[in-house]
Write a protein that binds this ligand. Structure first.
Ligand code: TYC
Length: 101
């Protein structure tokens, strides 16, 4: 095969450049009002009204939906904050995180 000129970087350098990513997942439930879910998505994840409604409806119909992907700390922080906002209003809405791939 022809030499493409691409050099393999050391493992340590690659790891520093790309930390593992985590998905924030919105979980459906039977009690949280749709509009409240949309408000949370807009507030915590800075999503538009349109995007928020699509994600909410996907979770509603399929059971869950990936909201966004972040580094682990950011993903866990956002999932906790969003879940806490719902708890304060007495809703069982849940955001979880899991490693990507
Ligand atoms: N299923 C809820 C209802 O019908 C709305 C909802 C959607 C709740 C998505 C949670 O992640 C969720 N009121």
């Amino acid at each position: 095969m022809a030499d493409t000129g691409t050099k393999t970087r050391p493992r340590a350098a690659l790891k520093t450049a790309r930390p593992p990513l985590y998905k924030v997942i919105l979980v459906n439930d039977d009690f949280t009002p749709r509009d409240f879910v949309v408000q949370i998505l807009k507030a915590e994840f800075r999503m538009s009204e349109d995007q928020s409604r699509r994600v909410m409806i996907t979770a509603h119909t399929k059971g869950s939906c990936v909201v966004a992907v972040f580094t682990r700390e950011v993903a866990e922080d956002k999932a906790t904050r969003a879940t806490d906002m719902a708890r304060k209003e007495g809703f069982p809405l849940l955001f979880t995180t899991e490693p990507e791939a």
